[in-house]
Write a protein that binds this ligand. Structure first.
Ligand SMILES: Nc1nc2c(ncn2[C@@H]2O[C@H](COP(=O)(O)OP(=O)(O)OP(=O)(O)O)[C@@H](O)[C@H]2O)c(=O)[nH]1
Ligand SMILES: [Mg+2]
Length: 336
């Protein structure tokens, strides 16, 4: 299965975000606590360079509690200000204000020294489609200020929301990035519903889900559907046998009594997305910590080889390019 979804409206939204970034003090990125690595958009790192960064591990109520704290530590170690949030119920949302304040301490101090007092903090809320940005904003603000929905692409344009005299939020449409270098990332994004289902083969997606569940949560399929799972299921053929069993148990049959694995596939995906299989996390910080270590080692090696092959040291003649300008005006209507 190949995953790619970068429609025109995302490229447009990214341009809007680039145009507005100069107004922003802090970028609050929502990731999905079930796949915190895959749901973190690498383009945001480029966009938010030199800005304070907050990561909210949203939908933490749907994830496996055993890994939530570990993921929080993982991102904190990388220098982000982090909070675990359930935007739907509001759990953890209050503490976000504190986290944002911490992330903005340096900026507030800079303002104070310049004699600027009480200028509101401006935060851009970013994240992949369907991660819960608008739900978070509504919960944070304490009333429905922006439209939400359980499908990707609900928020269309930009929208400023004044939370209080201390903080203003910019809601943005969910964006992905042009190419998933690692297709496993695309698969996980599709599973949580951040890629439009209309462009996916949901039966193939369900087969991949069976393989992931068998690997990380071997009991859940037996518990939910009362089916026998062989010890080794490591290919799509094995997975389709399991889908067949689910189809039979759930009376998803086509004429002649044959198992309807397409319907069973949809049922399995819906059950996963609706946490009927339990609270499931599909990525684990320990595996990414190893990957990070490898990347750091490779970067260090690359730096060493550049150093040894470098001729003359280069002078920076004009630093204006690397200083970000601080804008003060917002050019958008408030939705209050
Ligand atoms: N269980 C749970 N559901 C959530 C949470 N946050 C959001 N949701 C649900 O996730 C779905 C998507 O929420 P939205 O707020 O519309 O997501 P969005 O990121 O604004 O989506 P786009 O505007 O399409 O990019 C909705 O059905 C929400 O109810 C959460 O923390 N926990
Ligand atoms: Mg939205």
């Amino acid at each position: 299965m190949h995953f790619q979804w970068y429609p025109g409206h995302m490229a447009k939204a990214k341009r809007m975000m680039q145009e507005n970034i100069k107004l922003i003090d802090v970028v609050i990125e929502l990731v999905d606590a079930r796949i915190p690595y895959s749901s973190k958009n690498p383009d945001i790192d480029t966009l938010a360079k030199n800005k304070s960064r907050v990561i909210l591990l949203n939908k933490c109520d749907m994830a496996d509690q055993r890994y939530n704290k570990a993921w929080k530590d993982y991102f904190e170690e990388k220098g982000y200000f982090v909070a675990l949030v359930n935007s739907k119920s509001g759990a953890g949302v209050k503490q976000v204000q504190e986290v944002v304040n911490k992330a903005c301490e340096a900026k507030i101090e800079r303002d104070r020294r310049k004699g600027i007092l009480n200028r509101p903090v401006r935060a851009m809320i970013v994240g992949i489609p369907n991660v819960g940005k608008s739900t978070f904003i509504n919960s944070f603000v304490g009333k429905a200020s922006t439209k939400t929905g359980n499908k990707p692409g609900v928020t269309k344009g930009k929208q400023w929301i004044r939370l209080s005299k201390f903080i203003e939020l910019l809601d943005t449409p969910g964006i992905l990035w042009p190419k998933f270098e690692d297709q496993a990332v695309g698969l996980r994004l599709a599973l949580i519903g951040s890629i439009n289902d209309n462009i996916l083969n949901t039966t193939d997606l369900a087969l991949e889900l069976v393989l992931l569940l068998k690997k990380h949560y071997p009991e859940v399929l037996t518990t939910r559907y009362g089916i026998e799972i062989p010890d080794v299921v490591d290919n799509l053929l094995g997975a389709s046998k399991i889908l067949e069993q689910i189809a039979i148990k759930r009376s998803c049959l086509i004429k002649g009594g044959e198992a309807d694995i397409d319907r069973a596939g949809n049922l399995l995906i819906d059950d996963f997305r609706g946490t009927k299989l339990g609270f499931i996390t599909l990525e684990f910080p320990s595996s990414f910590a190893k990957e990070d270590k490898k990347n750091i080692e490779n970067e260090a090696k690359a730096k060493d080889s550049i150093k040894s092959s470098e001729a003359e040291p280069q002078m920076i003649e004009n630093t204006s390019d690397i200083i970000t300008s601080e804008a003060t005006e917002i050019d958008e209507v408030y939705v209050d």
